[in-house]
Design a protein. Structure first.
Length: 136
């Protein structure tokens, strides 16, 4: 971070200035993370490509405040990793997410890559105990 004329720190990536409710590559701070899937759901989000709201599959992780938006390709990768096409069966499973890049339309984009749990980095928390009142 650098300081501006007022002495306030300026983040080293402008994306940190504009926080989002979903996980972005910048949120991962250049590191891979083992995450345990806590909940999957369909959420109405604004689709920037279609310029309208649409239902999207999202995944929430244990002890994380942001969700991961699941596009078709990412869903296929998770299905291959966990051997379940039913997203409801992904709950409780551990995957690894890390920042990466992708080239589309002649432009390089920051993305989140999904892969198998990194056994050398066992940082995924266990599933919390749930009472009947806490179940979603």
């Amino acid at each position: 971070m650098t300081k501006n004329g007022n002495g306030k720190p300026v983040p080293n990536n402008y994306r940190k200035i504009f926080p989002k409710s979903h996980i972005r590559a910048v949120d991962l701070q250049g590191q891979s993370h083992n995450v345990r899937i806590f909940r999957v759901e369909m959420v109405e989000l604004f689709d920037t490509i279609q310029s309208e709201k649409a239902l999207k599959l999202v995944i929430w992780f244990v002890n994380k405040t942001k969700y991961l938006i699941i596009q078709e390709r990412r869903a296929e990768l998770i299905e291959d990793l966990l051997c379940f096409s039913d997203p409801n069966k992904w709950v409780g499973q551990v995957i690894n997410i890390k920042p990466g890049t992708s080239n589309r339309g002649g432009k390089t984009w920051e993305v989140i890559k999904v892969g198998p749990e990194n056994k050398a980095r066992p940082d995924a928390p266990p599933m919390p105990e749930q009472t009947e009142d806490q179940k979603f």
